[in-house]
Design a protein around this ligand. Structure first.
Ligand code: FAD
Length: 282
């Protein structure tokens, strides 16, 4: 793992595939700025059920052409074994060595599950088909995946992904460090003792983060939600507050010995750069 010299931890960066030419040009510039952080790898999201899947591979290839390691996110919901096999062959042919393997969420109105029900089925299939070629990352939910029957079931599901062959995990965003540390302890107790890397979402606007957190089952603590709401349209105050809170979150996680940090960049560089600069100075 390549540790960032000033921050003392390996970093990874997540992007989504741009939908327009303008977005692609902007993302190329954003990536160049963020490469200053010497990321261990960059990952690119994948749209379950069809949208943006070609864009994922194109963006991954663009990142690799820039000399960086890149990992496509890859979801199995709604897919056939044959289509997953083809995609894996495409990834191997492109020289990809790391995959973020997910179940995904189907767009509403889409048919059934397809031939894979859970991410653990995808992880097992990748191992069956390609042996140890890929480093497989999986998702982890310190505050429980919203569809899980119980926290215990969700932990068991996580351990199943690890037993199926996952090498490391990236968490859903969270703002409660206690939930993360408890999840890691309990996963380890079940034998799922891989690196579980915190997924960090910078806060740059309030309605977006509140909506996103509500959708993915991440809790925004009451004091944070109230502060964010109290700023109204004052974007400068929201950004300043977001930088303080997220830098503190990363600092606490670093002090407690997390293995790395994964930033959800949302294809923007300013907040991630500022957080990392502050972390480097602490
Ligand atoms: P799973 O691990 O399969 O879990 C899904 C649900 O099924 C959970 O509730 C779990 O408890 C339950 N479950 C699992 N196994 C069993 C079992 N054997 N028996 C009973 N219940 C079980 N989505 C995208 O579409 N594109 C992306 O690029 C993307 N990137 C992501 C990156 C990260 C780091 C994370 C954390 C999530 C990402 N997601 C993405 C969202 C993800 O696809 C959704 O959260 C999805 O609902 C679950 O995916 P999973 O891989 O965690 O599923």
């Amino acid at each position: 793992m390549s540790t960032h010299p000033a921050i003392g931890l390996p970093l990874s960066l997540e992007f989504f595939p741009p939908k327009t030419e303008e977005g692609a040009t902007k993302l190329t510039a954003v990536r160049q700025q963020l490469y200053a952080l010497q990321p261990e790898f960059c990952s690119v999201t994948y749209g379950a059920g069809g949208s943006t899947q070609d864009g994922t591979l194109q963006t991954v290839q663009a990142i690799m052409a820039e000399g960086q390691e890149a990992a496509p996110h890859f979801s199995c919901i709604g897919a056939s074994r044959a289509s997953i096999r083809d995609k894996l062959a495409q990834f191997q042919a492109a020289g990809i060595k790391r995959i973020v393997a997910l179940r995904g969420d189907l767009p509403s109105g889409y048919g059934g599950f397809g031939e894979f029900r859970y991410a653990s089925d995808l992880v097992a299939f990748i191992r069956e088909e390609t042996g140890s070629h890929f480093h497989i990352e999986v998702g982890a939910y310190p505050e429980m995946h919203p569809q899980a029957r119980s926290p215990q079931d969700d932990l068991t599901a996580f351990a199943t992904k690890v037993k199926a062959g996952a090498n490391s995990a990236i968490t859903q965003m969270f703002f409660n460090t206690d939930a993360y540390f408890r999840f890691v302890d309990e996963a380890y107790a079940l034998g799922a003792d891989i690196h579980i890397v915190p997924g960090i979402m910078p806060i740059t606007n309030s309605s977006g983060i509140i909506r996103f957190a509500d959708n993915c089952g991440a809790e925004i603590p009451r004091w944070m939600r109230l502060r964010l709401q109290s700023f109204g349209d004052d974007t400068a105050s929201i950004k300043a507050f977001g930088l303080d809170v997220i830098t503190d979150l990363c600092d606490q996680l670093r002090t407690a010995g997390v293995p790395a940090l994964h930033f959800y960049t949302m294809n923007q560089s300013a907040a991630v750069l500022e957080i990392c600069q502050r972390l480097g100075g602490r």
